[in-house]
Design a protein around this ligand. Structure first.
Ligand code: S3P
Length: 461
């Protein structure tokens, strides 16, 4: 399958961001706060009565959109030094927004907040950037319609869409066809407003930050693993929530880029502090260790209901492995950067069961297979499988169109750090959705990433 054509902006913009061979990376650093937990912290704070304080909040654009949205729905959110303070409205207390809710690039923000709005008897209109407007919303429209909400969307369940919430939210028992934490969380947020029990069964367990945060706020939550591997979550709605203190750990999905960079740039040794190690998020680190990566979890502890540790990473010789489909939910955002690690691993890495990658911020399966090939890596997509045959450092010498996808952008900048020749991306602005400061942080460790004239690099692949 071929990648979509480069965005017009890429053609018009004479500057690209290029990553050239890095020196051995060294140092200790902290990466920004967890994106998933940050969204949920602001949403739960807005639903609680009184003050919630959030430390370590990710100030990425996705989370800022969610914050702006909660303010538009009546919550108060203010920075106070390192902290964010949220004064919520209580369950059922949100009010009609005066304008369109623009979720930017954020699928998580759009789907979670759709769940919330489904339980309020007013109409809101939601939109997003070109990437988000391509992504499917039926996966939340279907269950949320069953609780009594009405939706009018573009064809194929695409944004913009209007949401008219249920006059009285109905409790639901929903079996989701897709293993998606966003779908699960949308139903659980609607269910928080419904009388009685709401249950969601997902075909495989996905990240459980919503459940953990519900427990942290005192919501009655039960999770049960079924014999077929499915995960059933049951909550009791209409609790009285009061403000809490939330500590957001560093995002393992952001740490992933530093970890892989340190593994593939010879001589590197890096410590990443305070990384969230929720077992439903650690599939990449488990896989890299199977590939021979030297990653040590130091100072393991728990903070606000989430396990955390400091990651000590040393450059390692890697070997190719089979990554089974069952592991996908625990590393769904990490396949782009895993495929970069695979380019340096001896032999074949086969990543199976990746259908969901086609509906992320971009079609990540196609963009990684095509982009890696453009950089001289032996990579191909076969159906839902990504296959990379690695070994010696790839040639590089390519410019990759990132299609508004932060993780595609960061993955190719990391690849450039250990390729023979530089690799550029056409647009680094999307990186700020999840990892503000990525370029300066990487350069501080030893990377050589800089904006250069597009004419200095090959045309967009
Ligand atoms: C997220 C869930 C995942 C992930 C996304 C964040 C969340 O999406 O890709 O970056 O915070 O719930 P799906 O649940 O749709 O797989």
């Amino acid at each position: 399958m071929s990648a979509p054509k480069p965005a017009l902006s890429a053609v018009a913009n004479p500057v690209v961001t290029a990553s050239a061979g890095a020196k051995a990376l060294s140092g200790a650093l902290t990466v920004p706060g967890d994106k998933s937990i940050s969204h949920r912290a602001l949403i739960m704070g807005a639903l609680a009565v009184g003050e919630t304080t959030v430390s370590g909040l990710l100030l990425g654009e996705d989370v800022l959109r969610t914050g702006a949205c909660m303010q538009a729905l009546g919550a108060e959110i203010k920075p106070d030094g390192e902290l964010y303070r949220v004064w919520g409205r209580g369950i059922g207390g949100l009010t009609e927004p005066a304008d369109v809710l623009d979720m930017g690039n954020s699928g998580t923000g759009a789907r979670l907040i759709a769940g919330l709005l489904a339980a309020y008897p007013f109409t809101s209109i939601m939109t997003g950037d070109a990437s988000l407007r391509r992504r499917p919303m039926e996966r939340v429209i279907t269950p949320l319609s069953k609780i009594g909400a009405r939706f009018a969307s573009r064809a194929g369940g695409r944004l913009p869409m209007a949401i008219t919430g249920a006059p009285i939210a109905m409790p639901l028992d929903y079996a989701s066809p897709v293993a998606s934490a966003q779908v699960k969380s949308a139903v659980l947020l609607a269910g928080l407003h419904a009388p009685g029990a709401t249950t969601v069964t997902e075909p495989a367990a996905t990240r459980d930050h919503t459940e953990r945060m519900y427990r942290h706020f005192g919501v009655d939550v039960e999770s049960t693993r079924l014999a077929n591997g499915a995960n059933k979550v049951r909550i009791v709605g209409q609790p009285e929530l009061t403000g809490r203190k939330i500590v957001v750990p560093a995002d393992p999905s952001s740490a992933a880029f530093v970890v892989v960079a340190a593994l593939i740039v010879p001589g590197s040794k890096v410590t990443i502090r305070n990384v969230g190690l929720n077992p439903l998020r650690t599939g990449l680190f488990d896989t890299l260790r199977e590939m021979g990566a030297d990653i040590v979890y130091a100072n393991q502890r728990e903070e606000a209901g989430e396990p955390v540790a400091d990651l000590q990473v040393t450059a390692s010789k890697l070997k190719g492995v089979l990554v089974p489909a069952q592991r996908a939910p625990s590393m769904i955002d990490e396949y782009p950067i895993l495929s970069v690690a695979a380019a340096f691993a001896d032999g074949e890495t086969r990543m199976e069961g990746l259908a969901e990658l086609r509906v992320k911020e971009s079609d990540r399966l196609a963009l990684m297979a095509n982009g890696l090939s453009a950089c001289g890596v032996n990579a191909r997509a076969e159906g839902d499988t990504l296959i990379v045959r690695g070994g010696a450092a790839p040639k590089g010498h390519a410019t990759i169109a990132v299609h508004l996808d932060h993780r595609i952008g960061m993955s190719f900048l990391v690849l450039g750090m250990a390729s023979e020749k530089p690799i550029a991306i056409d647009d680094a602005s999307a990186i700020a959705t999840s990892f503000p400061g990525f370029v300066s942080l990487m350069n501080g460790l030893g990377a050589k990433i800089a904006d250069v004239a597009a004419s200095e690099m090959p045309a967009v692949a």
